[in-house]
Design a protein around this ligand. Structure first.
Ligand code: DQA
Length: 143
């Protein structure tokens, strides 16, 4: 794994101001800088993208194999109901997609307990804030 795409979905552009008691005080830019720096330590180039729109995220998932060796994806709330994103991830198999969440979705509201995207991902790391993203990088490096 030499080059990994980091894709953050809806509302993650508001990190730092959005429900800091759940998601922490780090901004998306700070998170991306930290994850990119950690990738560099591992010898992996990380390209960071964020979008709120499902269709754009689908386009980026579909395009990931042409751009990178793996994808780290925080689908935000789309994880809980977007069969279209699930199909996009399944469509690029066996390309490796790792799902991440900052919060522990299994310990929050009932509707967050299900991820429809997780079953088609190679792994899921959740509940550890920025460390979820680092764990995803380590997982992809070990493949
Ligand atoms: C999230 C968890 C989702 O349930 C929520 O909708 C988000 C963020 C997380 O990173 O913890 O937007 O994906």
């Amino acid at each position: 794994m030499k080059h990994i795409l980091l894709l953050n979905g809806p509302n993650l552009n508001l990190l730092g101001q959005r429900e800091p008691e759940v998601y922490g005080s780090q901004t998306l830019a700070e998170l991306e800088t930290a994850v990119t720096a950690y990738g560099a330590e591992l010898g992996i180039e990380v390209t960071c993208l964020q979008h709120n729109h499902e269709g754009v995220l689908i386009d980026w998932v579909q395009g990931a194999p042409a751009r990178a060796d793996g994808l780290i994806f925080n689908p935000g709330a789309y994880a809980h109901y977007s069969y279209a994103l699930r199909d996009a991830i399944a469509a690029i198999a066996p390309f490796s997609v790792v799902e991440v969440h900052l919060s522990d979705i299994s310990a929050r509201e009932e509707f967050r307990h299900t991820s429809v995207t997780a079953p088609v991902c190679a792994a899921v790391f959740a509940g550890k804030g920025q460390q979820s993203y680092r764990d995803a990088l380590n997982f992809l490096k070990a493949l």
